[in-house]
Design a protein around this ligand. Structure first.
Ligand SMILES: N[C@@H](CCC[C@H](N)C(=O)O)C(=O)O
Length: 279
């Protein structure tokens, strides 16, 4: 059997997108591995699956699988890719669509310049919602010890968990060393995406993210939203912030607590292909 797929990216965070609106997609661990593996398969950070809607108020269901096969509830860059995919495939001719993941409802709007603006929903800030169980939590800057080293960070859920650490220089940040250790700290029962944030001004930051289930990616959309939310709660950022990531630029807007976060950025198709499966 041949499985059709589309390779896409959003600011360098790359995806294999599967259209399951007409035929079901059965994501076995072996198939997901074949789609994500960069040497023996297609290769991507996340597999995105678009399905027919299961509720009248949405246009599509949106499922997300990390490179390690874990299914998660949010992928911001992926949602922009999805908006583009839906348009290119003629699955919808609306300028704005609503999609539902296992944790969030997102509104995706095509802009005339080709970028996509996403209403990412209201960030969840209570430690239990992240979830983060650090007992001595003191919002909006939390503390814990990692192997005797004190760490301070923000903790935000954008429909998936994020910890945000401020660093003086993202290029020198210990992303590959500290990222996986904090990610698996017992205070994060669902593990956590770890963002390293360099604040350059109230409207410009640089960011690297060590993602759950994928390692460091060239961009993390939900991570960019979480970083701006944390920076604003620390009173260090304005309402509209350009977030420079290794694969490009995202613009994040947040008016403050109780308000949704908006993310604007690029999405591109790289190629389409067919995979013989099982092979
Ligand atoms: N790349 C994503 C986030 C993908 C999911 C994440 N790794 C998780 O496990 O929560 C984005 O652009 O938001």
């Amino acid at each position: 059997m041949k499985l059709s797929f589309t390779k896409m990216h959003g600011a360098g965070n790359d995806f294999v997108v599967i259209d399951a609106t007409r035929a079901p997609f059965r994501p076995t661990p072996a198939l997901l591995h074949k789609l994500t593996d960069r040497r023996f398969g297609v290769g991507c950070d996340q597999v995105l699956v678009i399905e027919a809607p299961t509720a009248p108020d949405i246009d599509f269901n949106y499922r997300i699988f990390n490179a390690d096969g874990s299914e998660v509830g949010q992928c911001g860059n992926g949602s922009r890719a999805l908006a583009r995919f839906v348009r290119e495939r003629g699955l919808s001719d609306k300028d704005s669509i609503r999609v539902r993941t296992s944790t969030s409802t997102l509104e995706l709007r095509q802009l005339p310049d080709g970028r996509v603006r996403v209403n990412m929903g209201v960030p969840r800030l209570a430690p239990a919602q992240v979830p983060f169980t650090g007992a001595a939590a003191q919002a909006p800057l939390y503390r814990l010890e990692l192997d005797g080293q004190p760490l301070e960070f923000g903790a935000v859920s954008m429909g998936n968990p994020h910890a945000v650490l401020e660093v003086p220089d993202v290029d020198a940040a210990p992303v590959g060393e500290l990222g996986p250790r904090l990610q698996r700290h017992r205070a994060f029962p669902e593990q956590v995406n770890v963002g390293f944030l360099q604040i350059q001004g109230r409207d410009h930051v640089r960011l690297r993210v060590y993602e759950r289930g994928a390692g460091e990616t060239l961009a993390c959309g939900s991570g960019a939203c979480a970083a701006v939310v944390a920076g604003r709660l620390w009173d260090r950022l304005g309402e509209k912030v350009d977030v420079e990531v290794r694969g490009g630029m995202l613009t994040i807007e947040w008016a403050g607590e109780g308000q949704p976060v908006y993310m604007t950025g690029p999405a591109e198709t790289v190629f389409t292909g067919e995979l013989e499966w099982p092979n």
